[in-house]
Write a new protein. Structure first.
Ligand code: SAM
Length: 475
């Protein structure tokens, strides 16, 4: 039997099944324990986070007024660390060739009717130009696992192509990568290629379920997959993005596993995950969601987002276009810091609309609005859509980013960067109505920059953008 040890490099010791079961028992036994719950809420107010056990009690808590307090605290923590900024990104699907047998994913090897596509470098250019013309600056690359069709060299070449394209005032300034678990050597190559975050969803932390859900292919190796973030860190990538696919196993199990993973990365590498994603299983080609009986409703989903926010206050949280406008609206203020906009999950879907009988997409989108509609919608709710990519370009990754968060300088750094990148968007891509709302928002938000010198410089930069045609200012 394995023993729980957050410092171990062995998957079954840092994500320890027995420890999760004990955690869930503890949470269940204390879900009405008002005194303990109060103490945990007080502890969470210190903004130093909570352990997987503590956060699991809050997740299980079913005392209505305490849950209200949990939501209020999550909202406050979100405001304190992230203000009202929401970072924008888009996924870019490079290839849906895949040799894995993931039972929930339409790209699985046995799906013979999904059209298989892989973008050439020329096609990538077209996609990137289309994305730049929408206003995107940050991408998440997606690809199936297939050493023949999508070897690491292909991914590296694609990253190079993406960074090289400068169309009008456009540029992709940060490429995050969501590809299958790989070797330390390959992670090093990705780092050298200048990637932002390496994203890999655990799918499920429950080893037995994992094996059932991944019956064939390289991804069926639970330990190799679970230990991937350690190899990424070893390869020099210090911004990693975790996540589980909610709906595959019991959410409380996944929640505890996710936080144990964060604790493990902190214990071994001194820095937890840069982001946590909260995808939910969606209908897709050859996938019937009714075959999976652990789906979670919107209330539980909101509770999970709030409890993650409280447990790991510095970690960014991402929600994709899998979720509807309504759900996104509900969870944005509870802790989400990044959302996608105008997304296509098909290979080549930005440059050209696919004919209905040639659908290569990974899953159905719930939020089909354009980026401009999303930007305006966010601003109408008083959020600042941010296209900022400054931190990693200034070398503020890993623990250096975390120290910026902890130093309280975010309002003098991230806030002005968000406003300046929003200004770029308004100048170059926004519809007139969006521009009007955005200009007012920027004027109002400049007043919230505490440092007078920074404020002056922002005003000067904004003027140089508007009247001098200059771009890409950042702190
Ligand atoms: N191939 C890589 C891997 O296996 O990690 C990464 C790319 S894969 C395109 C990205 C993610 O899509 C997977 O990690 C999985 O969580 C998610 N996904 C797969 N099928 C899905 C579905 N039916 N609904 C929602 N998300 C799904």
């Amino acid at each position: 039997m394995y023993h729980y040890d957050p410092k171990s490099r062995n998957a079954e010791e840092f994500i320890n099944h027995e420890e999760i079961l004990e955690t869930l028992d503890y949470a269940e036994a204390n879900k009405h324990n008002a005194e303990l719950i109060d103490a945990l809420i007080e502890k969470a107010k210190l903004r130093k986070g909570l352990s997987h056990r503590e956060a699991s009690v809050l997740l299980a808590c079913d005392i209505e007024e305490k849950n209200e307090e949990i939501y209020r605290l999550a909202e406050q923590i979100k405001k304190d660390f992230y203000g009202n900024r929401i970072v924008m990104f888009a996924p870019l699907y490079l290839s849906n060739y895949c040799i894995n047998g993931c039972t929930y994913c339409p790209y699985h090897l046995k799906n013979k009717h999904i059209p298989r596509k892989k973008l050439s470098q020329e096609e990538i250019k077209k996609e990137v130009i289309a994305l730049q013309d929408m206003g995107h600056k940050r991408l998440a690359l997606e690809a199936g696992e297939d050493p023949k069709h999508n070897p690491i060299e292909y991914i590296l070449e694609s990253i190079k192509t993406i960074y090289s394209i400068k169309h009008k005032n456009g540029a992709i300034r940060r490429v995050n990568v969501n590809i299958a678990a790989t070797t330390v050597e390959n992670y090093r190559k990705l780092k050298e290629a200048g990637i932002g975050t390496y994203i890999l969803f655990q799918e499920t932390y429950h080893k037995d379920s994992y094996k059932e859900l991944h019956p064939t292919g390289p991804k069926s190796d639970y330990a190799y997959h679970t230990e991937a973030m350690d190899r990424a860190m070893e390869g020099g990538i210090d911004d990693v993005g975790c996540g589980v696919l909610f709906g595959l196993d019991k959410y409380r199990y996944e929640f505890a596993g996710l936080l144990m993973h964060a604790e493990h990365l902190e214990a071994v590498w001194g820095v937890g995950p840069h982001t946590i994603s909260v995808p939910r299983l969606c209908p897709a080609d050859d996938i019937d969601v009714n075959d999976f009986d652990n789906s979670i409703n919107d209330d539980i989903f909101a509770k999970i987002v709030a409890c993650i926010r409280i447990a790991v206050p510095y970690t960014g949280m991402i929600i994709s276009t899998r979720e509807s406008q309504k759900t996104r609206e509900r969870v944005l203020h509870l802790g989400i810091s990044q959302i996608s906009g105008g997304s296509r999950t098909s290979v080549g879907g930005y440059a050209e609309e696919e004919p209905a009988d040639e659908d290569s997409s990974q899953f159905d989108l719930s939020d089909r609005r354009t980026l401009d509609e999303i930007v305006k919608w966010l601003m109408d709710m008083d959020y600042i859509p941010s296209f900022c990519t400054a931190c990693y370009r200034a070398g503020r990754t890993g623990d250096r980013f975390m120290s910026l968060c902890k130093s309280g300088q975010i309002q003098n750094c991230c806030h002005p960067n968000a406003l300046m990148t929003l200004k770029e968007y308004l100048e170059d891509y926004a519809a007139p109505a969006t521009k009007e709302v955005g200009e007012k928002l920027i004027l109002k938000e400049i007043q919230n920059i505490p440092n007078e010198k920074v404020k002056e410089r922002v005003l000067q930069y904004l003027d140089e953008m508007e009247n001098g045609g200059k771009r890409d200012f950042r702190f």
